[in-house]
Design a protein around this ligand. Structure first.
Ligand code: C2E
Ligand code: MG
Ligand code: MG
Ligand code: MG
Length: 287
């Protein structure tokens, strides 16, 4: 396939790399300077109560606009950041920036119950994540109970003794922990008992064909019941259609997130979205 970008400056020096490897190399090179050049920004996607659809919080999602590569989705650059170790400075910037934003909002009356920040397994296992989280809370002033850390099964799978210790230390700070993309990794039910988790996030792939697909409905039903039986809250990701929402209501799934409610947005747009909600501005009297 011919490359249209015309940026093959490195092909001369790296004759053995395949085109795919070269692209990866170039992207990683661009990522190295992205943070310092101000190319990274944060988007906030509402987490809503499925009872009424009102916002309860936000998940922070990283966005990269590279001058040379354009908008690069996290699915492409997060793995590179993890392999290169860049996830450590990037992840700590995300955490600090997000906590400051949330606390600034709180002081302006936009009171998020939950600010959810994704942690890579690399950060979780190799960085002094407990000190990092403690420092981000302290410097921002955000009360710990409003911060939720989203980890994946991959963070728990290896080194599970270390993972258990880290989770306990994080919980001691007062933050909450959600298990993200639940069902897509090497799920072990033993994890759910062993680790002090607060929430399960059901991966969007399980919701895509709900309620038409009987098998998927059974599966999601079972996950919701499992979460509730274990005393965990449960959130369904990737809600795009109202029939998915209504079916989830019949299943007593309390929380959701998806394009039906709102897409991830820059901070200012998020604040406008929040302010435009009738229920958050004036709580409705119960009739
Ligand atoms: P995630 O943590 O599971 O985040 C949810 C993803 O689902 C986001 O994709 C979001 O835009 C997308 N999404 C939300 N609602 C819908 C919907 O209704 N339909 C569909 N099709 N998608 C929906 P995004 O922003 O592309 O991020 C992808 C993944 O990249 C995230 O998945 C997370 O694993 C990772 N990521 C993003 N930001 C960070 C970060 O700051 N740190 C780390 N370590 N990982 C991050
Ligand atoms: Mg997440
Ligand atoms: Mg997720
Ligand atoms: Mg996901």
């Amino acid at each position: 396939r011919a490359k249209s970008r015309g940026r093959n400056t490195y092909s001369h020096y790296l004759p053995c790399l395949t085109e795919q490897a070269r692209e990866r190399f170039e992207l990683e090179r661009a990522l190295r300077t992205a943070l310092a050049n101000g190319e990274l920004s944060l988007n906030y996607q509402p987490l809503v109560s499925l009872e009424h659809g009102q916002g309860l919080g936000a998940e922070v999602l990283l966005s990269w606009h590279s001058p040379s590569h354009g908008q690069v989705p996290p699915a492409r650059f997060i793995p590179l950041a993890e392999d290169s170790g860049l996830i450590v400075p990037i992840g700590s910037w995300v955490l600090n920036q997000a906590c400051q934003q949330a606390q600034q909002w709180r002081s302006q009356g936009l009171e998020l119950e939950t600010l959810a920040v994704n942690l890579s397994p690399v950060q979780f296992l190799h960085q002094d994540i407990v000190a990092l989280v403690g420092a981000a809370l302290e410097s921002s002033g955000l009360p710990a109970q409003h911060l939720e850390l989203e980890i994946t099964e991959g963070a728990l799978m290896h080194h599970s003794a270390q993972a258990e210790q880290t989770l306990k230390a994080l919980k001691a700070l007062g933050v909450r922990v959600a298990l993200d993309d639940f069902g897509t990794g090497y799920s072990s039910l033993a994890y759910l008992r062993r680790f002090p988790l607060d929430k399960l996030k059901i991966d969007k792939s399980f919701l895509a064909e709900v309620p038409a697909n009987q098998g998927d409905c059974q599966l999601v039903h079972t996950i919701i019941e499992l979460a509730h039986n274990l005393g965990l809250r449960v959130l369904a990701e990737g809600i795009e259609r109202s029939e998915q929402w209504h079916w989830l209501q019949t299943q007593h799934c309390e929380l959701g997130q998806g394009f039906l409610f709102a897409r991830p947005m820059p901070a200012e747009a998020f604040a406008n979205w929040w302010a435009a909600q009738p229920l958050s501005a004036t709580p409705q009297p119960v009739s």
